[in-house]
Design a protein around this ligand. Sequence first.
Ligand SMILES: Cc1cc2nc3c(=O)[nH]c(=O)nc-3n(C[C@H](O)[C@H](O)[C@H](O)COP(=O)(O)OP(=O)(O)OC[C@H]3O[C@@H](n4cnc5c(N)ncnc54)[C@H](O)[C@@H]3O)c2cc1C
Length: 462
Amino acid sequence: MSHRRQGRAVVLGASVAGLLAARVLADVFESVIVVDRDELPVAAVPRRCVPQGEHGHGLLARGYEALEELFADFAADTVALGGIPVDIQRDTLWISDGNQLRGAESGLRGLCLSRPAIEGYIRERVAALPGVEIRAGHEAVGLLSTPDGTRVTGARIQPLGGAVEELAADLVVDATGRGNRGPTWLAELGYEPAAEERVDAHMVYVTREFRRTPGASPYAALVQAPWPGQPFGVVAIAVEGDRWQVTLLGCGPGITLPAELDEFVAFTGRLPDPRVHEILANAEPIGEPHRMRLPVSVRRRYEDARRLPEGLVSTGDAVCAFNPAYGQGMTVAAAEALTLRDCLAKGVAGLPQRFYRKAAKLIDTPWEIAVGGDLRFEHVLGPRTRKTAFINAYIGKVHRAAVGDAVVGRAFLRVANLMAAPPSLFAPGIVARVLRGSRRPAAEVSRVAGRQAVGAATRPVR
Ligand SMILES: Cc1cc2nc3c(=O)[nH]c(=O)nc-3n(C[C@H](O)[C@H](O)[C@H](O)COP(=O)(O)OP(=O)(O)OC[C@H]3O[C@@H](n4cnc5c(N)ncnc54)[C@H](O)[C@@H]3O)c2cc1C
């Protein structure tokens, strides 16, 4: 850093989005105070206020790249923690709409590591930065502002059972997640709520862990996503401590999933592809099951707000909470941290408008992918345009073509991993391959794909 760090930033929420924001704020501010209402564990274990930590989390290639940019030794450090670096096309079994995407070296880098371990790593690294203080067990209860409300000047925080304290700041970052009170706090200062888009896919998750024998499976992750003909899926991710984190997914109103061990394992045997079941049939179970019924996906359009106070930005799930089935949340939080860094280069004045404008562009693609995918299910309410129908029909062909054509598979995974924009799937060379490769009837492709190792990875994963 050539310039002097000065002033104070306060970050509300010490989860992935808040900590990554703190990482970039520490380059600019002399003091960065990160406040969380939870008790933050020293070990990489799930915690009360982040219940999704019990469930498998995939890190997309774009997120991996962003984390490497934010932490120079990210790759080596996470391997030391037991993380498994993967090539996302070669080391993952992908079943989309019943089609197995052909495995191949893709250059798309991902990481298999549990959510608590990823957060724990980021927390440790951020806490060690000069000027950073993390205050656990403190709840943010409101904002401080100038008398006319045009500038946020800090936050009111309250330790459990203690008195409210005022924390002055030159910048406040709200990273308090899905259930954030940002709109209420803004209303208290006289601001209209930002427009919201909401989509309810009625997702249900049940996760169990099993002992993993390193090298026994050619895959570090196996993903069988639900699709309209099959509203159930399963994701198994190899994580540190030689464990498989196995999540059953269901998509639909009133859907339930089995949590009891025998039923859980039997359920995986009734899915179109047998390979997760084959792993579980002989695996030792660990611990208890965890269930989660997911709240709606919400996107807040701060970029369109007529008025916003200076000195306050929101990030992470507080701005956009996605359907987690697409594995985008941590990646978008990391990309938003890089955007915040770039926007801070011009100072704090006008930061909210600058940040939200750029963040909106960043969120557009993952939101379109998630909402477009959700709208394939009849029960999901939302505007279905001709464009949505056309894109979804084309993506169906992409999945079919990707069974035999690794180039098409890579093009699809580059978009799903936020490394390329969706129009890249319409490049002439890809369209030609998709049309050629999707000519085989869907049912035939599904049967072949579901029951045989088409283009399977050959390298055992340690
Ligand atoms: C079941 C499930 C599975 C998921 N799977 C994936 C996946 O595979 N890949 C992926 O990238 N993402 C996934 N996500 C999303 C991912 O967990 C989040 O996007 C990511 O954690 C970033 O969230 P965040 O930091 O914005 O909020 P959160 O992680 O929700 O954290 C919010 C933080 O704010 C704190 N807080 C809240 N209110 C207050 C307050 N008033 N005062 C002080 N502190 C407060 C909380 O204690 C918490 O620490 C999944 C989510 C769910 C629910």
